[in-house]
Design a binder for this molecule. Structure first.
Ligand code: SF4
Length: 350
């Protein structure tokens, strides 16, 4: 395993953005607070990642302070990316977490470049920025501050209740730049959640976070996805989920069926065979061979099932298949120099 070698100054073309050279490796850490988890601390050379285009994603820039995620969702689409680091996409993804300890400092430098056009930056698109490790490393406050002071709009997607810690900072940020908050809640049944997403907070705890963010003035989107065929797609289950989402004050719901990309399919199917062997043959028909998406007929069936429920709960909803609205791309107003750095003039932003 590459990290165990701890070689220095070795070019590594396969490494993820910012980790091209192992000279950034600092140390590997284990702690009793996180049983079975190893944190690999690195000094990253870059923080902003450009989404290779053309992309279906509604943003062009991301920041990912962590690689790997202790939330350990069996369906996680990012599992395959861990293989670039010579880890596997299964248990290694859940327990070998790469931490870019200097990410805020590097980001601040990148955002100060004259060429930076203050385009929207998305957090939480690869791994969760508010996974439990964030309680230990506290990288997000520095990232939020750097984005705010550079006048860069941003959004955060998470399953982590730790988001609540940063709500005051995010409120302050929202005075200067557009801030989008989204909570991902795919599973509302506690027993299923404990096996499918064993490292995540419960749906109840996440809904409480939605409630807190709403009370703090944010219009929070809930990602009701992935919908897991045969496990979370019953009318009763969807109805209960949307009722609770509405009660928590969410402004909008985005839904979509499970994707099984090549890097995740074997791991998800292992989980399915262990926990729900009776569904394996059905999944083999829904996701045959290398197919990634549930069949179009299933997705249409799901939309026909969810739309009336959204209406009856008075929720604004969007099907992932309809595409996501693009966030603001560029801020062009003048910037103001503050004691802490450069911030966009709010008068030019709203
Ligand atoms: S929280 Fe997101 S990044 Fe983390 S394991 Fe689950 S799906 Fe993957």
């Amino acid at each position: 395993m590459r990290w165990q070698g701890q070689q220095i100054d070795t070019a590594d073309a396969a490494a993820l953005p910012g980790l091209e050279k192992l000279s950034g490796f600092v140390r590997s850490v284990t702690t009793p607070e996180f049983a079975d988890v190893t944190f690999h601390e690195v000094m990253s050379k870059s923080a902003l990642n450009h989404v290779p285009g053309p992309s279906s994603m509604p943003f062009d820039w991301t920041v990912n302070p962590y690689r790997g995620c202790t939330h350990a969702c069996a369906y996680c689409f990012s599992r395959g990316t861990h293989e670039y680091l010579d880890f596997d996409g299964g248990r290694d993804f859940d327990t070998q977490v790469v931490v870019k300890v200097n990410v805020a400092e590097v980001l601040r430098r990148e955002l100060a470049r004259a060429s930076w056009r203050r385009e929207h930056v998305a957090l939480g698109t690869n791994t969760d920025p508010y996974q439990r490790a964030e309680g230990r490393y506290r990288l997000m406050p520095g990232i939020i501050t750097a984005l705010t002071e550079s006048g860069t709009p941003f959004s955060i997607l998470t399953k982590g209740t730790l988001l609540r810690r940063d709500l005051p900072l995010l409120q302050d940020a929202a005075r200067w730049v557009d801030v989008g908050l989204a909570m991902s809640i795919a599973v509302f049944d506690d027993e299923l959640q404990r096996t499918l997403e064993p490292g995540t907070p419960s749906a109840t705890a996440r809904l409480e976070t939605v409630r807190a963010a709403t009370a703090a003035g944010f219009r929070v989107t809930v990602f009701l996805m992935p919908v897991i065929p045969h496990l979370t797609d019953s009318i009763a289950g969807l109805d209960d989920a949307l009722r609770r989402v509405k009660a928590a004050g969410a402004a909008r719901v985005v839904y979509g069926a499970l994707h099984l990309r090549p890097g995740v399919k074997p791991w998800f199917m292992q989980w399915l065979a262990r926990e729900h062997p009776e569904l394996v043959s059905s999944y083999a028909q829904l996701y045959p061979g290398a197919s990634v998406n549930a069949p179009r007929e299933y997705r249409r069936w799901l939309a026909r099932r969810i739309r009336p429920l959204l209406r009856s709960h008075g929720l604004d909803g969007r099907d992932e298949d309809d595409g996501m609205p693009r966030p603001p791309r560029t801020r062009t107003g003048p910037v103001r120099v503050t004691a802490k750095g450069v911030a966009a003039d709010p008068a030019m932003l709203f």
